[in-house]
Design a protein around this ligand. Structure first.
Ligand code: C2E
Ligand code: MG
Ligand code: MG
Ligand code: MG
Length: 284
């Protein structure tokens, strides 16, 4: 039917989508060329340790420098790449490029403890996921203890046994994992015992409401307190205000990430942030 011709299934159908269908078909065709034309770019958003106030890590976030549409955000092409399968190659490019950047940091005497890289459920459908990740790590001499793959709970539940066996093999290499957008999915704490998860990233939708909604505040507090006796870190995503930061400090959150400190920035800017002394979360 028409919608499948345009490359989107009913599951993604929203009223008004037809207007954009041509646009998306075109993006889909461009996407296959974008890798070869070197149009993707990794931005980095710093993660700040609330104990030391220092940048302790970052999350790598992909951007597409499109010749016509300008800077295209992941929400405009990652879902499409998951449907057409391109996310598999894009995902390998992300790891490869992050490896190059980590090497560049080392060469300048700069370092981070953790680099978050997003893994989509669709990437697990590639039989060669583990083997290819291992090969890129070896080839790019990536320090595996720095790598922290970010997964969503829905990705895990899409094929729990398979995902578990992939994570176990990768964990043997020293790689760590976090649960992304935590609180929005199944939020099953039993996952934390079954899988090698070492961090939870509390979803922005709760963090942004901590000072307005007692429910959001309670969710954030309980996520932090439930992990207190486990060796699992809690990172608050999408911290935008000083009041949110103060709430998180008061309730012993481990790390923050958000516009309050910095939006995702190009690698050159991130490098500059790392080389500046006094990169404090308090901003003064
Ligand atoms: P995510 O992994 O949950 O990434 C966090 C998103 O929140 C990023 O959006 C980031 O820019 C945004 N953000 C961070 N702090 C704030 C804040 O204070 N306020 C607001 N309003 N937003 C904030 P971005 O870069 O647009 O990425 C969106 C999503 O696209 C990501 O969500 C992730 O699911 C996906 N994505 C991005 N890069 C990759 C990638 O390399 N591979 C895969 N598979 N997915 C990716
Ligand atoms: Mg993420
Ligand atoms: Mg997230
Ligand atoms: Mg989120």
């Amino acid at each position: 039917n028409a919608k499948q011709v345009h490359g989107c299934s009913y599951a993604y159908y929203r009223p008004g989508m037809e207007e954009n269908a041509d646009n998306r078909t075109e993006l889909g065709a461009d996407m296959t060329r974008a890798l070869h034309l070197n149009q993707f770019e990794l931005y980095y958003q710093p993660r700040i340790d609330l104990g030391s106030g220092e940048i302790t890590g970052a999350e790598a976030l992909i951007r597409w420098n499109h010749p016509v549409h300008g800077l295209v955000m992941p929400s405009d092409f990652i879902p499409l790449s998951e449907r057409n399968g391109m996310i598999v190659s894009i995902g390998y490019w992300v790891l490869y490029q992050a490896g190059k950047h980590l090497k560049a940091l080392r060469e300048e005497g700069l370092s981070i403890n953790r680099l978050g890289i997003n893994l989509s459920f669709r990437q697990f459908k590639d039989d060669r996921l583990v083997e290819t990740i291992k090969r890129i790590i070896k080839q790019e001499e990536i320090d595996t203890s720095v790598l922290e793959f970010e997964l969503t709970e829905s990705a895990i539940f899409s094929d729990e046994e398979h995902v578990r066996s992939c994570l176990t093999s990768l964990a043997e290499e020293g790689i760590t994992f976090s649960l992304d957008d935590f609180g929005t999915g199944y939020s099953s704490f039993s996952l934390l015992h079954k899988l090698p998860i070492s961090a939870l990233k509390i979803d922005r939708s709760f963090v942004s409401q901590v000072n307005e909604s007692s429910e959001a505040a309670e969710i954030v507090r309980s996520i932090i307190s439930l992990t207190q006796n486990m060796s699992i870190k809690v990172i608050a995503e999408g911290v935008e205000t000083r009041q949110q930061l103060e709430f998180l400090i008061k309730h012993d959150c481990d790390e923050i990430q958000g516009f309050f400190f910095s939006p995702p920035v190009p690698f050159a800017d991130f490098k500059r942030m790392l080389s500046k002394p006094g990169k404090k979360a308090s901003g003064e």
